[in-house]
Write a protein that binds this ligand. Structure first.
Ligand SMILES: C[S@@+](CC[C@H](N)C(=O)[O-])C[C@H]1O[C@@H](n2cnc3c(N)ncnc32)[C@H](O)[C@@H]1O
Length: 271
C-alpha cells in the first residue's frame, strides 16, 4: 500500500492544471505545495500513481464527477458562524425592517455556502429579528456550492464548538441540540435551509431574492468571471434587495444599479 508521498505532481503538470482551471473555471489555484497536497490525496483515493493518468480520466465526459471533485478540492471552503458579523448587525438594525415594509416572506440565497454556517447564521439573525418584533419568520434560504462533501455537512448541520465561537451563548442554547462534543442545528431552522450542488455559472432561478450573500467566493476568480457573476447577481435580486460580498473583496459594481450601503453591502436600486 502506497502512502501520499509516493504520488507525484510535477511542476509542468501543476502549470497545466493551473491554466486549465483558470481557463475553464476562472479561478486561481493555490501554490504548488498546497495543490500537490490536495492532488496527492485524490491520487491516493483513486489509487492512481501519476497525475497525468488521473487528469486524463477527469477530462472524459463520463467522469464529470471526478472533475468536480478535483475542482472542489482546489477551492477554499473555510467558513464559520457569524462571519462578517457587521453585515448581520446591519440587517438586524435596518435591513430586515426595510425588506419587510411591503412583504411578509423573504427569500435568501447563499452562493458558496460551504458547510452551511453562512446560511444558518442568516437564519438565526432573521429568527431573532422576527421574535423580537413579534413577526412570523416566513423565509427560505437556498445555499449552493460546488463541493459535495461540504454540502453533506451543511445538510447534517452538525458542528464543532470552534466554528460556533462568535455565536452568543443564547443562540447556541436556543437553536442547537448538544450531541456529545458536537452541536446540531435544530430541525425548525434546518427545514428553512436548502442546500444544493450548483455551480453559480449555471445557476438559474424563476424567483428573485431579497438578500444574496456571495462572500469570500469571488476573490479566487479572474476579472472577467467576476463581472459576469456580478451582472447575474443583480438580475437575481429584487429591487430594494441586498447583495453582500466578503469584507476583504474589492468588487467593482455598477453604481447605477447597486447603491453602496455599508461595508461590502449593496442595495439594488429602482430602474
Ligand atoms: C471560502 S468559502 C466561503 C464560504 C462562505 N461564503 C463564507 O464567506 O464564510 C468559498 C466557497 O465557495 C464555493 N464556490 C467556489 N466557486 C463556486 C461557484 N462557482 N459556485 C458555487 N460555489 C462556489 C467553494 O466550493 C467554497 O465552499
Amino acid at each position: 500500500m502506497k502512502n501520499q508521498n509516493d504520488y507525484f505532481l510535477s511542476q509542468e503538470e501543476y502549470q497545466e492544471l493551473k491554466t486549465f482551471i483558470l481557463n475553464n473555471f476562472g479561478f486561481n489555484i493555490g501554490s504548488y505545495l498546497r495543490v500537490g497536497d490536495e492532488v496527492g490525496k485524490l491520487l491516493l483515493k483513486h489509487q492512481i500513481l501519476r497525475f497525468n493518468n488521473y487528469f486524463a480520466l477527469c477530462l472524459k465526459p463520463e467522469n464529470n464527477k471526478m472533475l468536480s471533485e478535483l475542482v472542489s478540492s482546489l477551492s477554499n471552503h473555510y467558513t464559520f458562524f457569524n462571519r462578517e458579523s457587521y453585515q448581520l448587525r446591519f440587517l438586524l438594525m435596518e435591513g430586515f425592517a426595510n425588506l419587510l415594509k411591503d412583504k411578509s416572506h423573504l427569500d435568501f440565497l447563499s452562493i458558496g455556502c460551504s458547510t452551511g454556517e453562512e446560511s444558518y447564521s442568516l437564519a438565526l439573525a432573521y429568527q431573532n429579528y422576527c421574535f423580537k418584533n413579534n413577526q412570523i419568520a416566513s423565509y427560505e434560504i437556498q445555499g449552493i456550492d460546488i463541493a459535495d462533501f461540504v454540502l453533506e455537512q451543511a445538510i447534517k448541520g452538525l458542528y464543532r464548538s470552534e466554528t460556533l465561537r462568535y455565536l452568543p451563548s443564547e443562540d447556541i442554547q436556543k437553536y442547537f441540540i448538544k450531541r456529545d462534543t458536537l452541536f446540531e442545528i435544530n430541525s425548525e431552522i434546518k427545514s428553512k435551509c436548502l442546500f444544493n450542488n450548483i455551480d453559480f455559472h449555471y445557476f438559474e432561478s424563476n424567483k428573485k431574492y431579497d438578500i444574496i450573500l456571495c462572500r469570500n467566493v469571488l476573490l479566487y476568480y479572474n476579472v472577467n468571471t467576476v463581472q459576469i457573476f456580478v451582472n447575474k447577481l443583480i438580475n437575481l435580486l429584487n429591487i430594494g434587495g441586498y447583495l453582500m460580498f466578503g469584507g476583504a473583496e474589492m468588487i467593482p459594481v455598477d453604481e447605477k444599479k447597486l447603491k453602496y450601503v455599508t461595508q461590502a453591502v449593496f442595495q439594488k436600486v429602482e430602474k
